[in-house]
Every structure is written in structure tokens, then in C-alpha cells.
Design a protein around this ligand. Structure first.
Ligand code: ZN
Length: 231
């Protein structure tokens, strides 16, 4: 059994929960983040704060952080997240925030790093339950990628996606189960989800503009979880 995992960590609610999940299961955990020309460097700043808090809760387990510059890919994959285009639904039925092939590229790069670092498992916050229908977040895509990477590296590589079938409310419940109120508070305060990069407005569910699709989803999940807890 592999005891080392590499977590795809963007400092969003999902990947922060994934990092806590990995720290509860693996003796050694490292993190990887990607810069690909995002309009908001904010998520790269928040990752260090979250890493420090989560590391303290799992002494000796959290290792290095790796930030990889994929701005060349970002130039190819130009869309609303990487260019000044409106966030709207495209004719394909996907929001224009869809960056074609993003998770495939991230997983391939993460797999190369995991190979070098001796980690047999990648952990990612991909979720097909409660999001915008991104095809590269579906488990069928992840399964195919896991097979392709294992074949291409000529050694088994596992891709764990603990949030795959959870709603955003259930993701908060998982955080609570993993680290109690302290972890929920850390993720609430320090994780960043907003597409607009807004950290000026603090809501019950955390920071954000409150209007973009990511904020709407986060607010909805938080409210559903709180209503479920108090019911
Ligand atoms: Zn927002």
C-alpha cells in the first residue's frame, strides 16, 4: 500500500477538503498547484495559509509544495478564467469558465511529479455531482486517465477523488467529520472559490463577490449544510 500522496491543491473549498482527507490517510503528503495565467493570483496566496493550518493539525505529514507554471497551456486554453471574457453559458452548454482539457493536463503534470517524488497516489477534488458538468471532472474521465498514466509510466498510479459523488453540503460535512469545527472554520475563512477573485466581501459562507457561479454554488452548499446541521 502506497503511503505517499500528491494532492492537487488550488486552495478552493474542494481541494482544501481533499488535503485534509489525504493528511488523515497518508503518512506523507505533498501538494501541487498550477499557475496558468489565472486572472487571480489570490488562490496561490491562500494556499500557503491553508497549508500552514492543515499541517499543524497533522504533525510531520505535510511535505513540500510545488507550484508549476503552465502559462503556455493557459494561452492555448484561453477562456473566461484566463482572459477577459464574460462568464456565460456557451453554445456547447458548458459555461465559458470551462478550460478545455484542464484536468487532463493537471493530472498528467501531477503524475510526472508524483513519479519523481515516489508518490503512488494523486488526490483531486473533481466532482461530478454538484458542478457545471465539466466533462474532465467525471469519474469515467478520471478512470481513463488513471489507466493511461499507469500504462505510460509503467507503474500503478491511483487517482483518488473523494468528493466525486458529494454535494457541496456533503463536502462541508466531510470537512467537519475530518477536523471538526476548527477545520470547517479554516476552510470557510481561508479557502477561495470566487471566479472574480473577490476577498473584500465576507459572507456567512466565506469571501467572494456573491454573484458568480462559484459563489452561488458555495453559498448554496453552505446554507444546505447549516440547515441540515440545525434540523
Ligand atoms: Zn464570486
Amino acid at each position: 500500500m502506497t503511503r505517499s500522496a500528491l494532492v492537487l491543491f488550488s486552495a478552493g473549498q474542494d481541494s482544501a477538503t481533499c488535503l485534509a482527507w489525504a493528511l488523515s490517510r497518508y503518512e506523507r503528503v505533498e501538494t501541487i498547484g498550477f499557475f496558468y495565467g489565472q486572472r487571480h493570483a489570490i488562490e496561490l496566496e491562500q494556499r500557503q495559509t491553508l497549508r500552514t493550518i492543515l499541517a499543524a493539525a497533522a504533525p510531520g505529514r505535510l511535505g513540500d509544495d510545488h507550484v508549476v507554471d503552465l502559462s503556455g497551456y493557459g494561452a492555448i486554453a484561453e477562456s473566461a478564467l484566463t482572459a477577459e471574457r464574460a462568464i456565460e453559458m456557451a453554445e456547447t452548454g458548458l459555461p465559458t469558465t470551462f478550460v478545455p482539457g484542464r484536468n487532463l493536463v493537471f493530472l498528467a503534470v501531477a503524475a510526472a511529479l508524483a513519479y519523481r517524488r515516489g508518490a503512488g497516489t494523486l488526490v483531486g477534488g473533481m466532482c461530478e455531482t454538484d458542478f457545471s458538468g465539466y466533462p474532465d471532472c467525471r469519474r469515467a474521465t478520471i478512470d481513463a486517465m488513471q489507466s493511461a498514466l499507469s500504462l505510460g509510466l509503467d507503474q500503478p498510479l491511483k487517482i483518488e477523488t473523494p468528493l466525486m459523488h458529494l454535494t457541496k453540503a456533503e463536502t462541508w460535512a466531510l470537512a467537519h467529520q475530518l477536523g471538526g469545527a476548527a477545520l470547517v472554520e479554516a476552510i470557510l475563512e481561508h479557502s477561495h472559490t470566487c471566479y472574480e477573485g473577490d476577498r473584500a466581501h465576507r459572507h456567512a459562507w466565506g469571501y467572494g463577490c456573491g454573484a458568480c457561479p462559484a459563489c452561488e454554488l458555495r453559498a448554496k452548499g453552505w446554507n444546505e449544510w447549516r440547515e441540515g446541521v440545525s434540523a
